[in-house]
Design a binder for this molecule. Structure first.
Ligand code: SF4
Length: 233
């Protein structure tokens, strides 16, 4: 079986699975180009080689022996791997892990197959749907909208999350984002953090999101979403 894993975090993560320590597996390749992306080395087309299944099994054993029974599949964009992603989910479930899927929601057909198999899905809502081409490089505005509606309609455990950049997430843009996701149960806001490996060089030394903008974003989005939580705040 060719499981689409290019790397596994060495340490247990206490941040990536809600309320549980977790093993984190990275799939390579992403179809978006978010300037603030910290995983630039995982972007581009789907890699031609992956970790051997034997290595993934060893990692499952190592984390399992450390009392970890949750796994996070993250990217790049995991849904790019289609049926191989489903194989990976089955593999981890068979081993006894609860599985969380991180996704950008741009491939709703794959999302619909994967979400019922996992225990939790976290989907990014990066900006108003109308602005996706300019902000992320995704030309299909309807794809993310379709994934959003699917998750809200079907009720599988999920969260939405937005990374806030002061200069970009203006009040006007946040109001439009809120209109787009009106009726969602829960939205987590994450603060933009600069870093030397960000995709957009001009953002590498930009200031992190300010607490004022995070609180303003929360206030605006609370008009549209059941609960808005500042992650880490
Ligand atoms: S969708 Fe995620 S992995 Fe892909 S470019 Fe955007 S932030 Fe990076």
């Amino acid at each position: 079986m060719n499981l689409p894993v290019t790397a596994i975090l060495d340490d247990i993560s206490l941040l990536d699975y809600p309320g549980r320590p977790a093993m984190v597996l990275f799939t390579g390749g992403c179809n978006l180009r978010c300037g603030y992306c910290h995983n630039a080395s995982l972007l581009g087309s789907i890699p031609s080689s992956f970790l051997p299944e034997e290595d993934i099994l060893k990692a499952c054993k190592r984390f399992g022996d450390s009392w970890t029974d949750a796994a996070v599949i993250t990217g790049g964009e995991p849904t790019l791997h289609g049926d191989s992603l489903l194989d990976l989910i089955d593999f981890l479930k068979d081993y006894g892990f609860s599985v969380k899927l991180d996704t950008n929601g741009t491939l709703p057909a794959v999302l619909r197959k994967a979400v019922p198999l996992v225990d939790y899905t976290a989907m990014d809502i990066k900006c108003p749907f109308e602005d996706y081409p300019e902000f992320t490089g995704c030309t299909d505005r309807n794809a993310v909208r379709e994934s959003f509606r699917y998750l809200v309609r079907e009720g599988y455990p999920h969260e939405f999350r937005t990374t806030i950049l002061d200069f970009y997430h203006t009040d006007e843009r946040l109001e439009r984002l809120g209109e787009d996701i009106r009726g969602a149960d829960r939205l987590f806001l994450q603060a933009f953090r600069p870093g030397t490996r960000l995709l957009d060089k001009s953002l590498r030394k930009a200031p992190p999101a300010s607490s004022e903008r995070m609180l303003t974003a929360k206030g605006i989005l609370e008009k549209y979403v059941g609960k808005v939580i500042i992650r880490g705040g």
